[in-house]
Design a protein around this ligand. Structure first.
Ligand code: Z5A
Ligand code: MG
Length: 414
């Protein structure tokens, strides 16, 4: 009993010593360091798995390395040998990979920005076309017919519905949907067609129809008849005459023509031109708004009458100069009349240029000015016969301008 008790005491002493050694070992700085070291490694390993999917292609364990290096104290430590590559290589590969990743990222961002800019440009172009159309149609005193204005239903793109779409539109109205394109190319083609349609629509306008000719050829008679008939057939049109004797400049011209006042020939030529320039803006606005303008005399008369004076320095080129930049007519009807027929139609009045010699010279200059695109109308015939031809020519011009053509202006030297 005594012997066995002794053994128990000794065994317990041994256990106690072992326990003390263990305690010392567990509390030793070496063990604590070991614990710290392995816990960091374990943590890094776990994190590397979670972030591996973000690793750049072909970087192997780079993600793990990257994660490990994030864990403080492991940078440059031997733990990197735990990856498939040597620590040095890994550190190098980590550096180059991140550089490459950064470069790729920047490239991708650059491409995105470029494509964004391109898209932005296209959008801006479309917006400009829409704004032009909207401005033209909304500012129109009289809306051009057949141009898709107003309600703008169906497949046709009215300016209103497009602008509503871009700006969000009215809440009460159902938004029109664009047919979905199958691919990017198809989408682009669709938008190009769309832009072309919009551009053509924005160029749709009234026609500038001009009557020119010597005295008594019937310009005023035919111009008035044409305006009446166009308006009756639904084509909004106005009759304009030059000189426009209603303006301040026009009144000065009127005084000169009626021989109430005298003036220098060059300055008179410039006054006649100024009478056209003062109405240029209005003319452009009306035409763009879809109004057809039937004009009785214009710059051609200006050049013809001044040149017909045969004065030194006032030649055709000099006379044309003051007309450069003015709106060019879309259609010119030159009323050709023989001297005999003109003589039969009432005699000359009291005005300055109504002399036989002047009229003869004017006729010659007109013949010199004549261009291929002019419509020469035989004005020797009856009013009705002439009217038939005039209507046909005018309606063709109206149709052409309605489809969409840009306004033309007189170029230097014409
Ligand atoms: N002038 C200038 O110097 N510089 C410029 O820049 C400009 C003008 C723009 C005023 O012009 C003057 O200004 C003009 C040129 C100069 N000088 N001149 N001479 P205006 O246009 O005011 O002139 P107007 O009073 O109108 O006259 P006109 O132009 O000579 O006429 P018209 O318009 O050609 O013709 P109409 O008035 O239509 O007809 C004349 C008559 O013939 C009338 O009785 C009709 O009923 C008759 N008639 C018309 N057609 C026919 C036919 N087919 N058969 C039979 N009878 C007909
Ligand atoms: Mg006249």
């Amino acid at each position: 009993m005594h012997g066995s008790g002794h053994i128990y005491v000794r065994v317990s002493c041994v256990f106690m010593r072992i326990a003390r050694v263990w305690r010392e070992f567990l509390l030793s700085p070496f063990f604590l360091r070991m614990v710290q070291f392995f816990s960091r490694f374990f943590l890094a390993f776990i994190l590397s798995f979670s972030s591996k999917r973000h690793a750049p292609k072909g970087s192997g364990y780079c993600a793990s390395v990257r994660t490990m290096t994030r864990v403080r104290g492991l940078r440059n430590s031997k733990i990197l040998i735990g990856t498939k590559k040597k620590s040095k290589t890994n550190a190098y590969s980590l550096e180059t990979t991140s550089k490459r990743t950064l470069e790729r990222k920047r490239e991708r961002e650059g491409e995105k920005r470029k494509s964004g800019a391109r898209k932005g440009e296209q959008e801006a172009q479309r917006e400009r076309a829409i704004t032009t159309t909207t401005t033209v149609f909304s500012s129109a005193l009289i809306r051009p017919r057949g141009c898709g204005g107003g309600g703008g239903g169906g497949a046709s793109y009215s300016s209103k519905s497009r602008s509503e779409k871009t700006t969000g539109g009215h809440s009460g109205r159902r938004k029109q949907r664009r047919p979905r394109a199958k691919s990017g190319a198809a989408e682009e083609r669709y938008s190009e067609l769309d832009d072309a349609k919009m551009a053509a629509k924005s160029l749709s306008r009234g026609a500038f129809i001009l009557f020119e000719g010597v005295d008594r050829c019937g310009k005023t008679t035919q111009a008035s008849k044409l305006v009446d008939s166009l308006n009756q057939s639904g084509i909004t049109s106005e009759l304009w005459r030059y000189p426009d004797r209603t303006t301040t400049i026009g009144k000065m011209i009127d005084d000169y023509l009626q021989c109430k006042a005298d003036s220098d020939d060059a300055s008179m030529h410039l006054l006649f031109a100024a009478n056209r320039w003062e109405k240029k803006k209005l003319m452009e606005e009306k035409l763009k708004a879809g109004v057809t303008l039937v004009v009785d005399r214009y710059g051609y008369s200006g050049v013809a009458f001044t040149t017909a004076k045969r004065l030194p320095g006032l030649d055709q080129q000099w006379c044309k100069h003051s007309e450069t930049g003015l709106v060019k007519p879309d259609c010119l009807m030159y009323m050709e009349i023989s001297e005999e027929a003109a003589k039969k139609r009432g005699g000359f009045g009291e005005e300055r240029y109504e002399t036989t010699e002047m009229q003869k010279n004017v006729r010659e200059v007109f013949a010199d000015l004549r261009e291929d695109w002019w419509n020469v109308v035989d004005a020797d015939r009856t009013i009705e016969e002439v009217e038939k031809d005039v209507q046909k020519i005018a309606k063709e011009a109206v149709e052409r301008c309605k489809k969409g053509t840009e306004l033309q202006h007189f170029k230097p030297g014409w």
